[in-house]
Write a protein that binds this ligand. Structure first.
Ligand SMILES: [Zn+2]
Length: 279
């Protein structure tokens, strides 16, 4: 009787153990299958030594929406972004705290002008010294005193020229302008690629709904960067679950698809200040 009971316990434990092994085996198999699917999606090009990637940037002052985006998408893809902040003096203490938290999570907080002024036009009318005194130094002082390590700048309206670049490169590491896909036949002609050539002025391609760059087009830009070992600079304003038509808004799904593409193709996420550090 006692022996039978011991035998039954042994059989029971063996069965449980086998089942456990089966489950572990199944999970491993599933991981392998998923890995194969991923590598099946992987496009040709250099893999292990490729430094291709993307700089995701967001402009203006949608701090709450940026923070919500960070909470909902960043953990899954381990992405980082650069947030170019304008009108900093109008932000509440709570929003400034959120910016500091974003910085602590590995995102970059950068400058976009104290009053979001058109640099070229303002300097033409008021001079370079006035522009720096009113738009740049107070912004840097305010942001830095609030614990934000600002080293980069995005031009409001993408308005820049050689003289504004020369002026602002005294205050910032990297400047970002804008590029548009209108009349561009091939993605290689776009100006939104960093080519590891130590330039300190780069252009971003808009992904908000208003720029009318469909996801398939954005993916072809990413694909070109992957195949040619370049970094794509993208910019948006307000991330929302579903972007309104012709708005300066980007749907979560667009950002998520970009993140998926980067991860599946073993590309990297860069911040703007990473570009300056690249050799
Ligand atoms: Zn702006």
């Amino acid at each position: 009787m006692y022996r039978n009971a011991a035998l039954a316990v042994f059989i029971f434990l063996a069965t449980v153990s086998c089942k456990k092994q089966d489950i572990v085996q199944e999970q491993k198999q599933q991981q392998l299958t998923e890995a194969n699917i991923d590598s099946g999606n992987e496009i040709s090009g250099r893999k292990s030594d490729s430094r291709s990637g993307v700089v995701l940037t967001f402009d203006d002052r949608s701090v709450d929406e940026w923070y919500d985006l960070h909470k909902s998408i960043a953990p899954a893809y381990q992405w980082k972004a650069t947030f170019f902040v304008s009108l900093f003096s109008t932000l509440s203490a709570e929003k400034i705290r959120k910016l500091r938290n974003l910085q602590n999570f590995g995102h970059e907080i950068a400058g976009h002008g104290l009053n979001h002024i058109d640099a070229v036009q303002y300097i033409k009318e008021n001079g370079a010294q006035s522009y720096i005194q009113n738009e740049i130094t107070p912004m840097l002082r305010l942001m830095r005193v609030n614990g934000l390590r600002v080293v980069d700048f995005a031009y409001p309206y993408g308005s820049r020229d050689e003289s504004t670049d020369e002026l602002l490169l005294k205050y910032f590491q990297v400047l970002r302008g804008t590029t548009y896909s209108d009349n561009v036949d091939e993605v290689k002609n776009l100006g939104c690629y960093y080519k590891f050539n130590q330039v300190r002025v780069v252009d971003g391609l808009g992904i908000d709904d208003i720029y009318k760059n469909p996801l398939s087009y954005i993916k072809s830009v990413l694909r070109y960067a992957k195949e040619n070992n370049k970094i794509v600079i993208l910019y948006a304003h307000q991330p929302v679950p579903l972007a309104g038509v012709d708005q300066y808004q980007t749907s979560y799904s667009t950002i998520e698809e970009i993140c998926k593409y980067v991860v599946q193709n073993k590309m990297k996420f860069y911040s703007m200040q990473d570009l300056y550090a690249l050799k």
